[in-house]
Design a protein around this ligand. Structure first.
Ligand code: HEM
Length: 206
């Protein structure tokens, strides 16, 4: 097995760890005093962290010249979506127990929930079109569609910022990471206008 294949498995195991820990704590009953808050925070934080990591892959690949890094992108993107699903399901099942009317009211009444839902809905088409077959079928439109991942990054950071009441260190860090990533992409776009490079969308494997 190549060193990169080992690294990929390590990243896979690391991305799965928060979910495994949640399952473990469910069985051991080792949750905090407020389990719903804890699950919401863990799944939300992991989803956003993985989304930011997904956006980091392409710049990192360019800076390091290691093309194989691109093979991590789809995996990280799908893991981000997986945690976003768990996060959303926590709200649907544990917060509201499938009470559709109350959920609809929550989405309308609380702007941070509106943005969370917007982020989730932006991620759905990206996850659904992440297969090799969809990449082939959609062609150039696929690339345009997958630019939505940047919008999802912004709405997710604002959503998480809105949640925080006192300690803004974490959302500030995410916002800073996004600014750096966008700065990089803007600079790259300016360069590619004059010639050779071509942007690669997120959630793509090769
Ligand atoms: C259906 C969509 C969503 C709903 C209903 C939702 C709901 C929530 C709720 C209720 C909280 C906790 C608020 C509190 O502690 O007072 C929260 C926090 C959070 N959510 Fe979401 N969310 C959604 C989508 C997302 C998505 C897609 C992401 C990331 C990609 C995300 C990332 C976060 C983060 C990072 C936090 C803050 C965790 C912390 O720092 O404690 N959310 N969300």
């Amino acid at each position: 097995m190549t060193r990169f294949a080992v690294f990929r498995r390590v990243v896979f195991a690391a991305a799965l760890t928060p979910a495994a820990a949640l399952v473990y704590w469910t069985f051991t009953g080792d949750f905090t005093a407020n389990p719903i808050d804890f699950i919401t925070d863990t799944t939300g934080t992991t989803a956003l962290t993985l989304l930011v990591f997904t956006l980091t892959v392409t710049p990192l690949r360019r800076v390091t010249g290691r093309n194989e890094l691109i093979r991590l992108r789809r995996m990280l993107g799908l893991f981000a979506f997986f945690y976003a699903c768990l996060h959303m399901l926590t709200w649907v099942v544990l917060d509201w127990f499938f009470d559709v009317a109350s959920m609809a009211a929550d989405v309308v009444d609380r702007p941070f929930i509106t943005l969370g839902m917007t982020t989730f809905l932006l991620l759905v088409p990206l996850a659904l079109t992440s297969t090799a077959g969809m990449i082939r079928r959609l062609g150039r439109r696929w690339q345009q569609l997958h630019r939505l991942v940047y919008v999802a990054g912004v709405t997710a950071v604002i959503h998480s910022w809105w949640v925080v009441k006192a300690d803004f260190r974490q959302p500030r860090l995410w916002a800073l990471a996004l600014c750096v990533l966008f700065g990089f992409r803007a600079w790259w776009a300016l360069q590619s206008r004059s010639g050779s490079t071509r942007t690669r969308p997120a959630f793509q494997n090769s």
